[in-house]
Design a protein around this ligand. Sequence first.
Ligand code: ZN
Length: 436
Amino acid sequence: MFAKRNATTFALLIMFIVLAISPCLAASRNIILMIGDGMGPDVVKAAGAYKFGSEYHAFGGQSYLAMERVKKHLYVTTFSVEGSYDPGWNGGNKEYPKRRPTDSAAAATALATGVKTFDGAIGVDFQKNPLVNIMEIAQEKGLKTGVVTTVPFCHATPAAFGAHVDSRGRYTAIAGQMLFESKLDVIMGGGHPEAFRKGREYTYLSQDDWVLLKSGSTPYKLAESREDFKALIGEAKHTKVFGLFKGEFLKYRLSDGSEVSPDQPALAEMVQGALSVLEQKKGFVLLVEGGAIDFANHANNLNQSIGETLGFDEAVATVLEWIGKHGGWQENLLIITADHDTGYMHDVKPGPAGTLPVVSWGTDGKWFSHTNRLVDLYCQGSGSKIVEKLAREISDFERGKVKVLDNTDIFKMMFEALKASKPSADAGAYSLRRAA
Ligand SMILES: [Zn+2]
């Protein structure tokens, strides 16, 4: 009798202990990095002004965009190896930010590898040596990895997370590396060869690689239609997916969400599918890019800039919801930033909600309209504490007293979070230079 009761008590005790520690055992460390290409702080502000009017927090109201619901807000310097950043803006010279801004390739390489390089470089240093990127480090630890973008899948930002070439324009070489060497589990973006006019079909993916992808001769399952993308959403999928929507880019969104193509997936839908494919016990690293915010700002097109930014923000809302259902901030690290500012948008003045705000542009769309201004960083979750260590306080000519990180610090944040996911491995021993 006693023995039986003791045995029952013991079994219950074991069950209690297992239940108590199981969240730790089940813990995965997912890292989701979301980049609004060319999404400077005033670009975000204009999107908020459109959505909420004077109810937006920047104008004294109480409404926030999804990305602004993320706990920590700091700023980031974005310059390339050829540049620098003077918080005093050279004694108050408003033309200063136009000098030597980074391009998307150097910025993406800094985010992906922690190393500053030259404009145009994809995953290589200033001497053109290949650099280890965060996806390769994650893969060695058993994590899944993926990239999702609204622009061609081998454009600069996703390319730096899956390829190593000395020029961002070598699209087919980048695509080949992403397809056959990157080991990425998810690649989603534009560049479908059937969506181009004759003669340009194989701008991004070579004809040979397209034939292999289409015929199922690569490790990837191909998703093309919006239905294909939607079918990925749901239960965890144990497969690799190459999502190539029909178009060079997702059709531009306007501020009211119109002008999108019903045949293409929304960024938020692609992200949902990617999360389903990547979900696993050991975790994953996912890069999401709102790539066309940059294009709209290059053209000083406010309506499209706001539409693309709100589309990106919908993807952020999707990620926040997913995190809430998948371990919360204990198991997930979310980092949202921009690779640089484009268009020099400033002096945003709101009208009523649902109307375009009045803004000024600092560029005319005719020159290389990136700038060197600070961009936002929003982050929260497991491993985000390190931002306090990496950040330094500056007195910025435009933003006042703010905490800033460098874009290379974002790699360090992800690197630290990965180290935390597998304490037995010495991540610090990594050489940041790949064996050529
Ligand atoms: Zn960019």
